[in-house]
Write a protein that binds this ligand. Structure first.
Ligand SMILES: NC(=O)c1ccc[n+]([C@@H]2O[C@H](COP(=O)([O-])OP(=O)(O)OC[C@H]3O[C@@H](n4cnc5c(N)ncnc54)[C@H](O)[C@@H]3O)[C@@H](O)[C@H]2O)c1
Length: 248
């Protein structure tokens, strides 16, 4: 079950955190993985951690928000690893960057959230979709956020606009391509364990029914299923993974 041998995956923003966990788990199930990140050093660290345990991976350093860079790098990745069967759109600008009420923000502060969290998804999907359709197999997973599915008065509305836009886009992408063996699903994350302060971590854990924050492996395991042959009847869905915080 969930054997990804012979498959090629691209995971964006996989130089650290959730994306690195996803890349490692896909590789552990046999996929060859292109590890994308803006930062070359981070991408290399993830590649090394995969290769160290016998997996196959390459770095793919580009900005997902730049369509020309995406298209150019797709050619290079496919030449080296083979056609991309699995795309995980994980790269995102974190919500913490601009926490303030919308009424106090300026337009230039909104742009990165839309450029990376929404255009980044569109760019990578556009680059893979025709090849996936032609080969009659594809798995696209976009990592979004609970903030993209509900309203919050936490000052993260531009982030949520990008994340919510990606959720909506994925539903349409799923239906347009459902007859081609391609699935498209979104994973909306709750709070992940990436706080620097253990007191904050402990405090936040108390707000989560299962009693802990999420780990990259929690998300990676779901991505393995969504990337597999066995998930072929699941498409157009938004899966909430958040330790039991009911958001819909
Ligand atoms: N951490 C959380 O609590 C949380 C909650 C909900 C959703 N998410 C989502 O999960 C995903 C991963 O989050 P994380 O906490 O691991 O983030 P992170 O900031 O730790 O890592 C993201 C990685 O993406 C890279 N990146 C950023 N912009 C990029 C671009 N334009 N092109 C290529 N790479 C780029 C960064 O260099 C970084 O290595 C994001 O989409 C985020 O919005 C995270």
């Amino acid at each position: 079950m969930f054997d990804l041998s012979g498959r090629t995956a691209l995971v964006t923003g996989a130089g650290q955190g959730v994306g690195a966990g996803i890349a490692r788990l896909l590789a552990a199930q046999g996929a060859k993985v292109a590890v994308n990140d803006l930062r070359a050093v981070r991408a290399m660290e993830t590649v090394q951690s995969i290769v160290a345990v016998g997996g196959r991976a390459m770095t793919a350093v580009f900005d997902v928000a730049d369509y020309a860079a995406v298209a150019e790098n797709f050619e290079r990745m496919e030449k080296q690893l083979g056609p991309i069967d699995i795309l995980v759109n994980n790269a995102g600008i974190p919500e913490g960057m601009g926490i303030k009420p919308f009424r106090e923000t300026e337009p230039e502060a909104w742009r990165p959230y839309i450029d990376v969290n929404l255009y980044g998804v569109l760019n990578c999907c556009r680059a893979v979709i025709n090849g996936m359709n032609a080969r009659r197999f594809g798995r696209i997973v976009t990592i979004s956020s609970g903030a993209g599915t509900i309203g919050l008065a936490l000052g993260v509305s531009p982030y949520a606009a990008g994340k919510g836009g990606a959720i909506s886009f994925m539903r349409h992408l799923a239906l347009e391509n459902a007859g081609f063996g391609v699935t498209a699903n979104t994973v909306a994350l709750g709070l992940m364990n990436n706080q620097n302060d253990p007191t904050v971590t402990a405090h936040l854990a108390k707000t989560i029914p299962v009693g802990r924050l999420g780990e990259p492996e929690d998300v990676g395991a779901l991505c393995v299923f969504l990337a597999s042959n066995e998930s072929s009847w699941m498409t157009g869905q938004t899966l909430q993974i958040n330790g039991g915080n009911v958001t819909t």
